[in-house]
Design a protein around this ligand. Structure first.
Ligand SMILES: CCCCCCCC/C=C\CCCCCCCC(=O)SCCNC(=O)CCNC(=O)[C@H](O)C(C)(C)COP(=O)(O)OP(=O)(O)OC[C@H]1O[C@@H](n2cnc3c(N)ncnc32)[C@H](O)[C@@H]1OP(=O)(O)O
Length: 224
């Protein structure tokens, strides 16, 4: 089927050069977020840092994209995921995760969550756990190159997920027509902390284009 995004004709070297500029900047902003929740300096330093940040904002605000990275056809599909809140090269709220996947419909990532993601004391916010599970499930489903969206996501929080080093794994369990059933879990130092079941749906608008059935290797991926 035809994938609905405009092909990105930016050359690989140009794309890499752009990523080389934005990635270190984004990493610095992520450290700024961490400092925002963890720094213990006095009020004068906070006010001085605020002025520094406002100066940076004035500089960055000189030009602005006219659409989001995800929507932009001119920016192109290869930069589409740069704004993603879990994996985005240009999104400092992304931990970020590097997600691996295989065509059999498995996806996994080892990642780290610091204090900016805290919910209960010392533990990851449940919504953040859900965010990460949803994303990595998307990669597992997308590894089969299917245009599918999360229809239902059920999470059982077995125990608190400690801040720190974690792993997430997701897998496609079975396909029933337009429905793709998948599972996932987050692993902490003492085993699974959250276990998920999900149903992904090939949206109606893509079904007419599915001439060769669900799961064929030449279909588009939901992944950025
Ligand atoms: C293909 C598009 C790709 C988009 C572009 C992606 C770019 C990606 C970029 C970067 C990487 C992203 C990485 C992934 C991120 C994680 C994934 C997300 O977070 S996705 C966002 C959250 N999800 C939504 O916003 C869905 C909102 N809901 C809908 O759009 C619709 O309700 C939808 C598509 C889920 C279903 O709508 P219908 O009209 O296509 O479905 P009907 O024809 O009524 O039903 C078909 C079958 O599915 C079942 N069904 C329908 N809705 C269901 C649901 N919500 N849960 C379970 N089953 C459902 C029905 O019972 C029916 O089953 P029976 O054939 O009768 O057996």
């Amino acid at each position: 089927m035809a994938w609905p995004y405009v092909a990105d004709d930016t050359s690989d070297p140009l794309l890499a050069a752009d990523a080389e500029v934005w990635q270190p900047f984004t990493d610095a902003v992520r450290e700024l977020v961490d400092a925002c929740v963890q720094s213990d300096v006095d009020a004068d330093d906070v006010r001085a840092a605020q002025a520094d940040v406002e100066a940076a904002l004035a500089r960055l605000g000189k030009a602005r994209l006219s659409t989001t990275l995800g929507q932009s056809g001119t920016v192109g599909s290869r930069r589409r995921a740069w704004g993603n809140p879990v994996i985005g090269v240009r999104n400092p709220i992304a931990p970020p995760l590097h997600v691996d996947s295989d065509p059999a419909g498995r996806a996994w990532s080892d990642f780290h969550l610091g204090p900016a993601y805290e919910g209960p004391p010392g533990l990851v916010h449940g919504g953040v756990v859900s965010l990460i599970i949803d994303q990595v499930l998307g990669h597992a489903v997308g590894a089969g190159r299917q245009p599918a969206m999360t229809g239902t996501l059920t999470i059982r929080y077995e125990r608190g997920t400690p801040l720190g080093d974690l792993r997430v794994e997701a897998w496609v369990e079975r396909r029933e027509g337009v429905k793709i059933h998948a599972g996932a879990h987050v692993l902490g130092p003492d085993g699974p902390t959250a276990v998920a079941e999900a149903v992904f749906i090939v949206p109606r608008r893509f079904r007419d284009q599915l001439s060769d059935g669900i799961g064929a290797a030449d279909q588009g991926s939901t992944q950025g």
